[in-house]
Every structure is written in structure tokens, then in C-alpha cells.
Write a protein that binds this ligand. Sequence first.
Ligand code: SF4
Length: 310
Amino acid sequence: MSAEPLNPIQQMVLDSLAKRPDFVPSAPGLADEIEAHVSEALEPIAVNYTPAHPLKISKHVLNTVHGCEARYVANRDTFAWSVPLVRGTVLHKAIELLINVRGPRTPSDIVDDALDRIVESERGTASDFIASLSPAEQAELRATVVDLVTKYEDSFPPLKPEWRPVVESNAKAELCGGSIFLTSRTDLTIGPPGSKVIIDLKTGRPSATHREDLRFYSLVEILKSRQAPRLAATFNVDTQRIDAEPVTTDTLRSAVRRLVEGAQLLDELDRRRRPATKSPGFTCRWCSLLSSCDDGRTFLETDSDNSDAY
Ligand code: SF4
């Protein structure tokens, strides 16, 4: 924990996350109400699945199917690392180490440790992709993440142990007797159940889906812990700005609507009832179908923002 006074950006972030004097925890019956609501809406879909073969829904799956169905179908059974993805993995590992390692460390030290940990612990996944990069590409990857970790340190307030910070926390919620289950992996949480703050770390351009991501996490959290989080926030490491939204009945109901619409799309596509549609967007740039997709290429030719995001 640093004894240094906070700089103006750190103070602004801290103020955004602070508990308001008028904060009231979620009502005891809200979790039951939300669960009943989402279970009823999903029941027509759940009958197509079983606890042994459930419909699994994560933030990534929801975003992909809502973004472009053709991309979802193309990537459904495969996963390929890319530079933006591995950059996010190294950044998250570096921030995990930054928060938990005692003693002063430079961003370069932290990133080197993060790269070492990934190479040691994730052989066969990110480590193989990193190993496949040329020395120059590996140097670029390291430099980019050092820049991001420096920005994080310069703008996010140091976390005190009594705030109960947890990084990369997994959660799971079963619905409809286990025929549908939701999974989440939050970048950072602060605080106890009932007053928890969920924080997603992003880079690149801000996106309307970022709030949707957080609302999905909040939904999983209330279904799991039976208490709604207090706040859900996106911290953009590039812009060093935070977007915090109080978790309310309305935001949870919005998450339920998006979840149910996504589950319907997944069910239709997974059981091959209809062909997938194409919806060009900034994610076309990482799509494995891009070379054969006129819609995606046309979109990117006219898109002025070429920043990466994850
Ligand atoms: S390139 Fe874009 S529009 Fe085409 S399939 Fe991929 S994500 Fe969809």
C-alpha cells in the first residue's frame, strides 16, 4: 500500500468507486425475484438441454453472438490466439501481480514476471503463441504491456488489503435445473458481498457493450451470492478513465433481457435451425472469416478508428 498522496486521476477514480452515504443494499427478495424472472424466460430454451449437456453462456459468447452470428458460428468450436488477445492476457496477469506482490516493482519487472508466469503455467495456450512471435514482435508485446501497466499504476488508486481486492475471480450460476449455466471471470472485485464493486479492465475504444458486460457479471453475482453488487465499472487503461454504473433492479432486468435474447440466438444457431447473419463491426478486424467476407472488408475500409480493443 502506498503512503503517497493520490494524483488527480487516482482521486477521480477513487471518488467514482466510493460508497455513497445513501447507498442501500439490495432487498433480500431481489435475488429470488431475478432468478424466477430469468428462469421463466429461459424455460422454453432450457427444454432443449440437460444438466449433462447444458447451454453454457459467458460474456464472450453473448458478445459474439449479439455482435455477428457468422463470427460466432465460425469460432464456436475453435479458439485462436491473436496479438490483442495475448496482450490482454499479459496485462491482466501483470495487474494481478501488481496488486498482490509486496514491495515496490517497476512496470517492466512486473511485465517480465507476468510473461514468465504465463510461459510457465499456460504451456500449450498463450505461451505457444508468444513463442511463435518473432523477437521483434515479442519486444513490441512487452513494450505495449509495459506502457499499459504504467498507465494503470499512474491512474488507478493503490488497493488497500481491507478493501478485499480479488483479481480474476470465477463465478458460475446454474439455471433451469442445471440445463443452462452462466459463467463469469471478473478482472477485479472490491468489497464484500452486498457492497461489492465489479471492475472490468479494458483498452482501446470505449464500446456500448462494456456496460452490457458488467451487467452480465452483476447478474451472475446476484444469482451466485444472492446479493447484488453495489457498482459495476469499466476502467479503460488507455484513456485512464472509469465508467461506473450503480447496480439496480433496472440494470439487472436489462441484463436478463440481453441474456434471454442471446440464449435464443445461441439455441437457434447451435441446433442449426437457420443460417447465421452477418453484422459488420469493429471486431471484423480479428474475424477468421474476414478474407472471404465482403461485408466485413467493406466496413473496415470505411472505418476510421483502427484501434484494438479487448
Ligand atoms: S468479417 Fe465481420 S461481418 Fe464478416 S463474418 Fe466476420 S465479424 Fe461478421
